[in-house]
Design a binder for this molecule. Structure first.
Ligand SMILES: NC(=O)c1ccc[n+]([C@@H]2O[C@H](COP(=O)([O-])OP(=O)(O)OC[C@H]3O[C@@H](n4cnc5c(N)ncnc54)[C@H](O)[C@@H]3O)[C@@H](O)[C@H]2O)c1
Ligand SMILES: CC(C)C[C@H](N)C(=O)O
Length: 366
């Protein structure tokens, strides 16, 4: 991999490799863009097939956070960490403390939170070494686990997507095919079940499937079968790149709305969805509830204020669908334009020199 070429092409600012032999920590912190503020993005722990796969995942996820934070109206840039390892077997407290010290060394350029494979408890351990961590336990004045907030945003975003695809935002009687019923999707399914949607679920973890069947009367299918099921809405809520050359021809849904990051394997798959008339809710817009929630901690956490901002995801998607139709462009491009315009305009208005520029983290508990 020609790393500097990749960084230059996509305009990344910084990549930090963190190693700690004692705990087995192997982490990659990628900071994409800090025009709007410090880079805020979660930490993913996953077993990657190769170090190159881990680097690419960190880079792609970090760029996604730049766009997510910009589109959500947050004064935050984009970054992400991946820790190489099996979250079920390889974790230890020393690993997260060592990682916390690397974050502290970045002096506020990067703030972390949960992602796939990490928990509130891991964030609490990081907090022993650095203040630049969100999503820690509520006892510390924090917002806690971001998944319910993400799920609420995805649910509202799915309603906006249904309105565009079916003419009504009611999800009653709609069949939703959910890929991955983990932290976010479990809470999302609860909202959908309460509104009367019918759920088809899959997961590689049998216990998660069982829980969704028992709690929400979901019908289960094998992981490879989820794409081709008869449904109204496909909700990708596992890992990325599930909208690709293999799956596109199988998808029967008229709308795609889910929590997973980087759902499109390549931008051209978003173009294909547009051609097929499938309404796609851009991933980083619909799944921004979690980051909106944890970002509120930087102002001294207030759940009402955070959830009011999460509710705006519905309006943002309506605007994106409108731009997409008006300019005859796929929805993922409409979302990118919205985010890029905000970054450019803020960058212009913040170009004057300030000797004592404040850091937003200093407002916490203030
Ligand atoms: N947690 C958040 O607040 C948040 C916020 C924004 C975006 N996201 C994104 O949403 C997605 C889910 O996050 P989460 O926190 O719920 O993670 P999670 O690990 O709790 O859930 C993911 C689920 O997907 C399952 N899975 C993995 N590969 C699968 C496959 N091939 N087929 C079927 N199931 C599979 C896993 O077993 C797991 O149950 C991720 O892409 C994450 O980056 C999460
Ligand atoms: C809670 C957030 C900071 C991170 C979250 N995993 C996301 O992708 O948005």
């Amino acid at each position: 991999m020609e790393i500097f070429k990749y960084l230059e092409d996509q305009d990344y600012e910084q990549v930090v490799f963190c190693q700690d032999k004692n705990s087995g920590l192997k982490a990659i912190i990628a900071i994409h863009d800090t025009t709007l503020g410090p880079a805020l993005g979660g930490t993913r722990m996953w077993t990657y097939d190769s170090e190159e796969d881990a680097i690419i995942d960190a880079l792609r996820l970090a760029k996604g956070m730049t766009y997510k934070n910009a589109a959500a109206g947050l004064n935050l840039g984009g970054g992400k960490t991946v820790i190489i390892g099996d979250p079920k077997k390889d974790k230890n407290p020393e690993m997260f403390r060592a990682f916390g010290r690397y974050i502290q060394g970045l002096n506020g350029r990067y703030i972390t939170a949960e992602d796939v494979g990490t928990t509130v408890q891991d964030m609490d351990t990081i907090y022993m070494e650095t203040d630049y961590v969100t999503g820690i336990s509520p006892e510390f004045g924090s917002s806690g686990n971001p998944s319910p907030a993400t799920a609420y945003g995805v649910y509202l975003g799915m309603k906006a997507t249904a309105k565009e695809a079916f003419g009504s935002d009611s999800l009653e009687g709609k069949v939703v095919a959910v890929q991955g019923v983990g932290n976010v999707a479990y809470h999302m399914c609860k909202h959908l079940h309460e509104e009367g949607a019918k759920l088809i679920v899959t997961d590689i973890n049998k216990d998660s499937v069982k829980r969704a069947m028992e709690d929400f009367g979901a019908h289960a299918v094998d992981p490879d079968d989820i794409y081709g099921v008869e449904c109204d809405i496909y909700a990708p809520c596992a890992l990325g790149a599930t909208i690709n050359d293999d799956t596109l021809s199988q998808i029967k849904a008229k709308a795609i709305a889910g929590s997973a990051n980087n759902q499109l394997a390549e931008p051209r798959h978003g173009e294909k969805l547009n051609e097929l008339g499938i309404v796609y809710a851009p991933d980083y817009v619909i799944n921004s509830g979690g980051v909106i929630n944890v970002a509120d901690e930087l102002n001294g956490y207030n759940q009402d204020r955070a959830f009011k901002q999460i509710e705006k995801i519905y309006d943002s998607l309506e605007r994106i669908f409108e731009i997409s139709k008006r300019d005859n462009i796929p929805t993922h491009i409409a979302a990118d334009r919205m985010a890029e315009e905000r970054i450019e305009s803020v960058s212009r208005s913040r170009s004057t020199f300030l000797k004592n520029e404040h850091s937003i983290i200093s407002r916490r508990n203030g």
